[in-house]
Design a protein around this ligand. Structure first.
Ligand code: CMP
Length: 142
């Protein structure tokens, strides 16, 4: 099983001062943060990162949200990292997470189905792509 996943603390998480809390949870659950970087993403970068959602109705709003402030991008490592980080984040819709997964990260710092505070790769394959995207190939100046 893949030992690494990509996690992002989104602009609402970073600006809302949830970073220390989230990092504490990350280490409590046995992940180590092997790489991290704060970046202000530009429109082109977000569009490329979320290309699979480009035809969705929420795409332009998602791009606006993800460029609204800096994000913290991290590579997390532990056994079964992809699935375990997704479980720890909770469901995409943070308003539902508050009811069904009250101890999840999204329940604590997210707002709704868009402003859900954190991202995690959805598969081993995505994790490989997303880690390379941020920590290898991405030219940060657009
Ligand atoms: P994330 O897991 O980072 O992957 C895609 C993102 O799109 C998701 O988190 C949300 O921020 C956003 N998103 C997903 N579904 C919706 C939706 N129905 N409406 C608005 N934004 C969404």
């Amino acid at each position: 099983k893949a030992r690494r996943t990509l996690a992002i603390i989104k602009p609402d998480g970073l600006l809302g001062n949830y970073t220390d809390d989230i990092k504490r949870t990350i280490s409590e659950y046995g992940f180590s943060i092997v790489k991290e970087q704060i970046v202000q993403l530009g429109e082109a970068t977000v569009k490329r990162f979320y290309a699979e959602h480009s035809s969705k109705s929420f795409f332009s709003s998602l791009v606006k949200y993800m460029t609204s402030g800096p994000v913290l991008v991290m590579v997390l490592e532990k056994d079964n990292a992809v699935a375990d980080w997704r479980a720890l984040m909770g469901p995409t819709d943070a308003s539902k997470a508050k009811i069904t997964h009250p101890h999840s990260i999204r329940a604590k710092c997210g707002l709704d189905t868009e402003k859900n505070c954190v991202h995690g790769s959805d598969s081993t394959k995505s994790a490989q792509r997303e880690i390379l995207f941020f920590f290898d190939e991405l030219a940060l100046g657009e």
